[in-house]
Design a protein around this ligand. Structure first.
Ligand SMILES: [Zn+2]
Length: 402
């Protein structure tokens, strides 16, 4: 069976049960059989949580959006996954106001809302995926479990399951906890003999790096006296061996990947403990080899805990012309089918907004949308996922799906 999925913003459903039902009816009528309503954006929870009432975004303290959507989807035979913004928060979100210590920090100790992006201050506040106890285990995993306990969603949906991307990919995280934990995790010193350098007694091999297996002390002498910026620089740009290759970034990236992967595993375990068999889908970047290095998202490693992988094959994630896009898109989807082997289904995600331009006539816009959809139907019979419902409305494309 082909899955035809749609990312939906809360505004799509309106603020009454009747409006929500009308929207689900429209989507089902257009052929969609999986809806992904956004239940946690960057401003709090969109359900009237009794356990965390301080974190509920208005007006979802009085209108139970999730109940209305789940009920309507169930009656119409439409699968429904609750869409979470995982590590991306707003700077005035209730959880970050309450726990500013959970934010990622750069080498100067600054959170992400002190960055500039395209000439303007960035107002998002990314949370550290690695810190324990922290945002991941004290907040993000428990709210997934709470939602599944409360509502009959068939699945939960990961988004922003990563480190920041368009924003300084190599600068995070150097929070106090990561600065302590990364060297311990990577074995940069031997805890039984913390002051021993343990240089190799022979250095008798052709290459310096060939002497790695005895695990010398990697941290330089005087480590404890270095400031945050100096420590951060060493952890990102330093060498395993004095005078060796600058290779410590390998461990930095590995540490980040493990933090994200551990979170994905823990969500699956937590929701399964509430209701066995709950599904998990994830919006991921188009090439896991690249996103593993840049944003800690090597989604090939998510496969045991994600059954529906949805790479975001958006027009703006590819270079060149629209014609180039079609060629690159087909190639990307074929590679993704290999990377997602072991998942129950791979859905090719694409976005309307980078495909259409307001300056063009309606025919040209529709043609590009239809051509993309046609290519995906041919290349990936398992299905597709469209971002997003309100853009189908904005550009008059609901009837272009079939
Ligand atoms: Zn951190």
């Amino acid at each position: 069976m082909t899955t035809r999925a749609l990312w939906c913003r809360p505004g799509d459903f309106g603020l009454t049960r009747e409006n929500a039902d009308d929207f689900v009816a429209q989507a089902a009528g257009a052929g969609f059989n999986l809806l992904l309503p956004e239940v946690k954006g960057c401003e709090g929870l969109r359900w009237p949580s009794e356990r965390r009432p301080w974190a509920v975004e208005r007006p979802f303290d009085s209108f139970d959006l999730c109940e209305a959507v789940v009920d309507s989807c169930r009656r119409r035979g439409v699968e429904c996954h609750a869409w979470f913004f995982d590590f991306f928060e707003g700077e005035s979100s209730p959880v970050m106001l309450r726990h500013p210590e959970w934010a990622m920090r750069d080498a100067r100790g600054r959170p992400t809302n002190e960055e500039q992006l395209r000439g303007e201050r960035f107002t998002g506040l990314w949370a550290c995926p690695a810190q324990r106890p922290g945002y991941t285990d004290q907040w993000l995993v428990p709210i997934h479990a709470e939602l599944v306990e409360r509502y009959g969603f068939e699945g939960v949906h990961h988004d922003y399951v990563r480190y920041p991307g368009d924003l300084a990919p190599d600068q995070y995280c150097f929070c106090d906890w990561c600065l302590e934990e990364l060297p311990r995790w990577a074995g940069y010193l031997n805890e039984a003999y913390p002051d021993e350098p343990f240089d190799h007694e022979l250095y008798d091999r052709e290459y310096l790096e060939a002497h790695w297996e005895q695990s010398p002390r990697v941290l330089p002498a005087g480590w404890d006296r270095l400031n945050r910026a100096e420590k951060s620089r060493f952890l990102l740009e330093g060498s395993f061996f004095r005078y060796g290759r600058a290779d410590l970034d390998t461990f930095f990236y590995q540490f980040r990947k493990e933090a994200v992967r551990r979170f994905v595993r823990e969500v699956k375990e937590a929701v399964d403990a509430v209701r066995p068999g709950v599904r998990v889908s994830a919006a991921v970047f188009k090439n896991p080899v690249h996103s593993g290095r840049f944003i800690g998202q090597d989604w090939r490693e998510f496969v045991p805990w994600v059954d529906t992988m949805i790479p975001m094959d958006y027009r703006d994630h590819f270079p060149g012309t629209f014609e180039h896009y079609l060629g690159l898109l087909e190639e990307a989807v074929r590679r993704q089918q290999g990377w997602a082997e072991g998942c129950e289904r791979l859905l090719a995600g694409f976005a309307i907004w980078p495909l259409v331009r307001g300056s063009e006539d309606e025919g040209a816009r529709r043609e590009r949308f239809v051509e993309t959809l046609r290519l995906l139907k041919r290349t990936n019979p398992a299905g597709y996922c469209i971002f997003c419902a309100s853009d189908l409305t904005k550009w008059g494309l609901w009837d272009a799906i079939e």
